[in-house]
Design a protein around this ligand. Structure first.
Ligand code: 4AD
Ligand code: MG
Length: 505
């Protein structure tokens, strides 16, 4: 048995492939099948003259997602899906599929989510899961290469880490326990034992709203480093994100192509990231400070004009195709082709309209942002749109950050926290900072945040025994996957997403 991923090594040879029929069309004595085997996609051509009537009829009747074995000659053809065509000499059906619910036509998202267990087979979802896998591998490569020790933090926890409003409570032998919001506090304990550590595990947040950036269950990578200050922390975030994104850019070209990902902005990770204090970032958002000769409000006006222009072009394209179809001069295949293009263009218009609808909201949040507030999604979008590359915002007002953040001694009232914001509207992908080491201040903050002191006694011990400066951060895996793959919504980044209102499949 050969895998599609290895076809290059078998150019001109006859191979046997085992897989599924992803899509199919036929014309006079030929069946063109998009064949997939898990490792990739290729075109299989089944010719009546070669395989004979029985096999040909079987192929022609074969429903989408039936499983089969094919044998045939490997032809390199850059124009075909996956870059190869198999000239099928033999074919054996393993299991004929029933009526497959996901057809090549466009489906609504809710329908696709209900069929997530099948949707995973589509080429786009296949590509996303491959990129996710490569990202996970790159994350381990990066930290293991630097001598970090991976640790597993508990999932059942007795205390909140990131505020009490998003806790999932469970029953733990009659006591309340919470699903972990973050492994950080345990990571801090382990950093005092191992120096450099990272956690990589599931985390849970009860986010009672549907947004394109929030899941109830997501995977977080949280390194924690003894003797690191905020500056070292930011350097590590930058090196880390650059390493992971570069790995995907360099090694996942086929997948990015399948996703039609424009990688212009992603390539910018190879340049130094923008670093700015919260107060300066606010000035940029509010339009008080220009970037490259433009204020935020001017930038948004330009964007609106560009989107409207794009929309008008799509409308023209659709009108032309509709006219051609109406003329009655097209062959059946050409009508189908144009109709499919029209459906796709209409979806593109829907996407543009969504973007256009956002602009007034962005303009409002830019104008009305209150200095001292946390950033919302719109504020992050506006800020990163100004630079078109990753932006690290540091020194945040203490009130908007978690209890464990260290106050900057030279910048009173500000916490030595940092958020990394991804461009193209993806927003916060990393949150981190330097940890408070002063035990009295920590106790005060725990009280201010109305957290139960008793649950934090063990954490305070870390400040009593060999207290050292230390820092860390948390990267949301799914936010990173969404950004790298260029996805509209975080729900496609994880095999079986858990979000408000969704527990099945
Ligand atoms: O900014 P957050 O809340 O920071 C922490 O949890 C710290 N304890 C991390 C640390 O310093 N060790 O979350 C970190 C990241 C965010 O930047 C975001 O990428 C992701 O986790 N994240 C979510 N991803 C998906 N769905 C959600 N509901 C998320 N909430 C946070
Ligand atoms: Mg955060």
């Amino acid at each position: 048995m050969t895998y599609i991923k290895d076809l290059l090594k078998h150019k001109g040879q006859t191979v046997e492939l085992k897989g599924w029929c992803a899509q199919k069309r036929d014309s006079k004595g030929l069946v063109f099948m998009t064949f997939r085997d898990g490792t990739g996609f290729c075109q299989a051509v089944i010719s009546l003259d070669v395989v004979g009537e029985a096999s040909f009829d079987a192929a022609k009747r074969l429903p989408q997602e039936s499983s089969l074995v094919i044998a045939g000659k490997v032809i390199r053809d850059e124009k075909q899906i996956g870059g190869f065509e198999i000239q099928v000499a033999q074919l054996q059906v393993l299991a004929e599929a029933g009526d497959y619910p996901i057809t090549p036509k466009e489906h609504g998202v809710d329908f696709l989510m209900d069929n997530r267990h099948l949707w995973l087979r589509s080429r786009r979802q296949w590509a996303i899961m491959r990129v996710r896998n490569r990202i996970i591998f790159a994350i381990h490569e990066f930290f293991q290469g630097k001598g970090f020790v991976q640790m597993d933090a508990p999932i059942f926890t007795g205390n909140a880490c990131e505020g009490t409003s998003t806790l999932f409570e469970t029953d733990y032998y009659g006591e309340p326990a919470y699903l972990s919001q973050s492994g950080q506090l345990y990571g801090e304990a382990m950093a005092m034992a191992q120096g450099l550590i990272y956690t990589f595990g599931p985390t849970f947040r009860a986010e009672k709203s549907k947004t394109r950036r929030h899941l109830s269950e997501f995977w977080m990578i949280e390194p924690e480093m003894a003797f690191y200050d905020l500056k070292m922390d930011m350097d590590l975030i930058e090196d880390f994100v650059r390493f992971v994104v570069s790995k995907v850019l360099d090694e996942m070209k086929e997948e990015l192509k399948a996703l039609e990902r424009d990688t212009t902005y992603l390539e910018k990770v190879r340049e130094p990231f923008i670093r700015m204090k919260y107060e300066d970032a606010v000035s940029v958002i509010k339009g008080e400070k220009e970037v490259n000769g433009k204020t935020s409000l001017q930038m948004l006006a330009h964007e609106e004009a560009a989107l409207k222009n794009q929309r008008a072009q799509l409308e023209t394209d659709i009108a032309e195709r509709e006219k051609k179809i109406a003329s009655g001069e097209l062959k059946k295949g050409e009508v189908n082709f144009n109709q499919a293009r029209i459906d796709k263009l209409k979806n593109e218009i829907k996407d543009l309209d969504e973007k256009l609808q956002n602009i007034p909201q962005w303009q409002n949040s830019a104008r009305n942002f209150k200095r001292g507030d946390d950033f919302g999604g719109s504020d992050e979008t506006v800020l990163t749109k100004m630079f078109g590359q990753p932006v690290m915002v540091y020194n945040w007002p203490q009130e908007v950050k978690a209890f464990y953040m260290k106050e900057d001694e030279t910048d009173k009232g500000y916490a030595k926290g940092v958020d990394l914001l991804a461009p193209e509207g993806y927003g916060e992908v990393v949150g981190g900072g330097e940890r408070e080491t002063d035990i009295e201040r920590l106790k005060n903050k725990i009280e201010e945040h109305q957290l139960p002191m008793s649950a934090f006694e063990w954490y305070l011990d870390l400040r009593k025994f060999g207290n050292v400066p230390h820092s860390g951060f948390g990267l949301g895996l799914e936010r990173l996957v969404a950004w790298i793959c260029g996805l509209q919504h975080i729900r496609e980044t994880i095999p079986f997403p858990r979000s408000y209102g969704r527990l099945l499949p």
